[in-house]
Design a protein around this ligand. Structure first.
Ligand code: S3P
Length: 433
């Protein structure tokens, strides 16, 4: 992302009401885009993510020989390379996207040729050792600069491994599976906390065979993928901003249809229910093994209660924690988050930025190395928010601003487009002033 440029004013709201269909899930779009580009044949996707992160993935895959076309009806068509990428002359630009860099590295490590992956300033600060270690154990030749991008890959045949991820990470799991897919023998990834399983479901949808137990996934090597057609479910991590906003206003009523409800992603619904929000799920169906449904939320008349998020739940809710912390002051008993040290190495240090911005709005908050304690029963006032060019911080504090006294200025608001370019327009649509 370039330096913060766009500022947005968010005025308080009286209520949140309406019904929305959200753009396709970012995690699923990355995987569908990458796998379609690698597969044999032409894939077509409706409701593909509109975010800049997924555009980075598609641009990288185009540079590697795939053909990507936007159709008139908004779908994305991808003609794959049939299992062998074209050597990329220029560095592959992953932009702001950790998913792009970590997952493509696994796809490229077993391919013949030299590849360089670069990213923006934020991505160039993020830890990449976590993919270097397992890929090196498979025999890959990778070079980092002090643990960070640029990442140089000298690709070639690898050997299968059995690897336990030290930090729960779906990106690292995916990186290893994509390398394992092209390696002789069976590769196994074990994880202590089950992270999002979109890669497992997508690989199967594209025809790969894998076996799964509660805490492990194994993939046999030398498998071919073939093209699919799919509609990408709405992004539940984008929905989180609207669900939390609706949970703040007694009398609210928000309906989100065609929303992705994969159980490894939907823990937010349980947390909001535990806080007292009324949530119903309707029309549940399966699309390419991904659960999709309609979610209706309204706020409790007596206001939200209290909750603590720690252990496995913190890992599963990692992308939703900023917005949950941002609405913490408006709950009766507060929101306490622990075991979420990973927040410090996301697009920004999300623990530090959430604490800084909550304080700017007049809240009291305690910061831990691995989380935050946000006491409830606090009133917030409008303030200038430093988003740190981090999309989830910009959107989380736009939600907090809806219930603050006075207006809030979001600096670096353009960062929302990393995952959700339509965010501010849709917020205007459902926030009643
Ligand atoms: C993602 C996994 C998570 C998440 C990120 C998307 C994915 O990151 O925070 O936004 O699509 O696999 P980690 O793998 O680093 O936990």
């Amino acid at each position: 992302m370039p330096a913060s440029t766009e500022e947005r004013i968010i005025r308080p709201a009286q209520n949140v009401r309406g019904s929305l269909r959200l753009p396709g899930d970012k995690s699923i779009s990355h995987r569908y885009g990458m796998l379609a580009a690698f597969a044999e044949g032409v894939s077509r996707f409706r409701n593909f993510s509109t975010g800049a992160d997924c555009a980075s993935t598609l641009a990288c895959m185009e540079a590697l020989g795939a053909q990507v076309r936007k159709l008139d009806d908004g779908s994305v068509e991808i003609a794959g390379v049939g299992g062998r990428v074209r050597p990329a002359e220029a560095p592959l630009d992953c932009g702001n996207s950790g998913s792009t860099m970590r997952m493509i590295a696994g796809l490229l490590a077993p391919q013949e040729g030299r590849f360089t992956l670069v990213g923006d300033e934020s991505l160039s600060r993020r830890p990449m050792e976590r993919i270097l270690k397992p890929l090196a154990a498979m025999g890959a030749r990778l070079t980092l600069t002090e643990g960070h991008a640029p990442l140089m890959i000298d690709g070639g045949p690898l050997k299968a491994i059995d690897y336990t991820t030290p930090v729960p990470s779906a990106q690292v799991k995916t990186c290893i599976l994509l390398a394992g897919l092209q390696t002789e023998g069976t590769t196994t990834v074990r994880e202590a906390v089950r992270t999002r399983d979109h890669s497992e479901l997508a690989l199967q949808a594209f025809g790969a065979k894998l076996t799964r137990t509660l805490d492990a996934v194994s993939i046999a090597g030398s498998q071919k993928l073939h093209a699919i057609e799919a509609a990408v479910p709405g992004d539940i991590s984008s929905a989180a901003f609207f669900l939390c906003a609706a949970a703040l206003f007694p009398g609210s009523n928000l309906v989100l249809d065609f929303l992705g409800l994969n159980p490894t992603r939907a823990a937010l619904l349980d947390v909001l229910t535990a806080l007292g929000a009324q949530i119903s799920v309707l029309n549940l169906e399966e699309k390419n093994a991904e659960l999709v449904g309609t979610v209706q939320v309204s706020a409790p008349a007596e206001g939200l209660g209290a909750t603590e998020i720690s252990g496995a739940l913190a890992a599963q809710l990692i992308d939703e924690l900023p917005v949950l912390a941002a609405i913490g002051p408006y709950t009766a008993g507060g929101i306490r988050i622990r075991d979420a040290k990973e927040l410090r190495v996301k697009e920004s240090d999300r623990i530090a930025l959430v604490a800084k911005n909550l304080r700017a709005m007049g809240a009291e908050v305690t910061e831990f190395e691995d989380g935050l304690d946000v006491p409830g029963g606090q009133k917030l006032h409008g303030a200038t928010i430093d988003s740190g060019s981090d999309h989830r911080i910009a959107m989380a504090f736009s939600v907090a601003a809806l219930k603050a006294e006075g207006q809030t200025l979001i600096q670096g608001a353009e960062s929302a487009a990393i995952s959700f370019p339509e965010f501010f327009d849709l917020l205007d649509l459902v926030a009643e002033r």
